[in-house]
Design a protein around this ligand. Structure first.
Ligand SMILES: Cc1cc2nc3c(=O)[nH]c(=O)nc-3n(C[C@H](O)[C@H](O)[C@H](O)COP(=O)(O)O)c2cc1C
Length: 415
């Protein structure tokens, strides 16, 4: 993903507070700067114990704002807050979150946060007991209700070596959230008047299942039939749904997009395994996104030992796999199903027939050719058709952005 497409020239205020993950802010500021964003770092007094302002000044190529009263009458906290496109605090300490909830403005960062009336993004990171403390939990809940955005901490090894929730999240997760707020939100709002928040509220009340990756049908213990699906489109949906607060189950066959690992997928191998995993996991699901590429055929009689090189020709008999979507539809009549059709010819016609035949709610059709178009690419060009035959063309763009648009078209009539 070429970040500068989305972030070039954007003014970002970047707050750093006194947490052990403060050094990780350097990588984010550096990535934003490489994407040609104009980054203004504000540090609390306690943040200075963890990372030096000279580092942040060098990386951001702007003076670091430290003190309320060091700019000789120039009212930084107001002037910058009026022109910035986004205000991030990463890491955000428990203390900083509590102060924002209470409206305390006793240093430059907290004062600027109160003066800022556009999107704020907080990235909490702390010891798990601090995070689980009812005070912190309630502060996060109250701020979320006030439309403050969060990328919540990951589960993993904490600074003390203990394993728990509180770890500073993957930097790419934060960057994707920044792009959502700076680029995707205005994009969705431009399709339909102020619909982004409605879409977010809707998604946050639903349970989703996303399938992704390519199934493998083994010929012998070492060879298989598969396809080039990387899981990137699946990840794009997972990220968008997770970021908008939807509850998620991920069922993944083989994938090369390692970002899927962030979401603890249920792993499957073959098409039949994928079907079985789905049937067991769909009970509370409202919407399923079938972005996996399952194999339509499997080997009739799998060889139990590795096939030795010998004969000039060998015959492989293939048998049809169950059609996952049709099977799911039989048992789950009310489930919203978004399918995919990766086609090489007559793409619109073939996709449309698939939508009707399998009784889906909508389908995303895209062209594939080896690993040059569609599969394993960062970008995708999608034709979205719903069961009422409404068609929307999504121009070629990064999959992470296209996923939000597809979700909008999928749910627009419910918003
Ligand atoms: C070594 C050390 C590491 C700390 N790490 C964190 C942390 O990761 N998250 C957090 O919320 N507080 C952490 N604290 C506590 C904060 O520094 C403390 O609450 C401070 O008042 C925060 O100030 P600020 O929010 O103005 O930056 C840590 C303290 C120490 C001494």
């Amino acid at each position: 993903m070429e970040l500068s497409k989305y972030l070039k020239g954007k003014k970002i205020i970047f707050g750093i507070t006194g947490g052990i993950a403060a050094y990780k802010a350097a990588n984010i500021v550096s990535a934003l700067r490489r994407a040609k964003a104009d980054v203004h770092v504000v540090m609390t007094k306690n943040a200075l114990e963890f990372i030096t302002p000279i580092t942040m000044k060098t990386l951001s190529e702007n003076n670091v704002i430290l003190d309320m009263f060091d700019d000789h009458g120039y009212v930084t906290h107001i002037s910058l807050t009026e022109i910035a496109d986004l205000f991030i605090v990463a890491p955000a300490t428990a203390n900083c979150i509590a102060k924002l909830r209470a409206g305390i403005a006793d240093d430059m960062l907290s004062t600027m946060l109160l003066a800022y009336n556009k999107d704020i993004l907080l990235v909490p990171s702390m010891n798990d007991n601090m995070l689980n403390n009812p005070a912190t939990q309630e502060n996060i809940e109250v701020l979320s209700k006030r439309n403050i955005n969060f990328v919540m901490p990951d589960y993993g090894k904490l600074a003390t070596g203990k394993v728990g929730k509180g770890r500073f999240p993957e930097i790419e997760k934060i960057i994707l959230k920044i792009i959502e707020l700076i680029y995707v939100k205005p994009l969705i709002n431009s399709i339909s008047n102020n619909c982004f928040d409605k879409l977010k509220n809707f998604i946050s009340s639903k349970n989703f299942c996303v399938t992704c990756g390519a199934t493998r049908e083994y010929i012998d213990p070492v060879r298989y039939i598969s396809n080039g699906s990387s899981g990137k489109m699946g990840f794009a949906f997972i990220n968008a749904i997770n970021s908008m607060g939807g509850k998620l189950k991920v069922i993944a066959a083989n994938y090369t997009d390692s970002r899927i690992d962030w979401f603890n997928p249920i792993r499957v191998g073959t098409t039949i395994e994928m079907k079985n995993a789905l049937m067991e996991n769909l009970k509370d699901i409202d919407c399923i996104i079938m972005s996996a590429a399952p194999s339509d055929y499997r080997i009739k009689d799998e060889f139990t030992s590795k096939i030795k090189k010998g004969e000039d020709y060998i015959n492989l008999k293939l048998v049809k796999n169950p059609d996952i979507i049709s099977e799911v539809r039989k048992d789950y009549k009310e489930l919203k199903i978004l399918g995919f059709a990766a086609e090489t010819d007559n793409i619109e016609q073939n996709g449309f027939e698939k939508l009707k035949k399998k009784n889906m709610d909508a389908i995303c059709i895209n062209k594939v050719y080896k690993d040059q178009i569609g599969f394993n690419q960062d970008e995708n060009e999608i034709i979205f058709i719903d069961k009422n035959n409404s068609t929307f063309k999504i121009e070629k763009m990064d999959k992470e952005i296209a996923a939000y648009q597809v979700l909008y078209y999928l749910f627009k009539d419910s918003l």
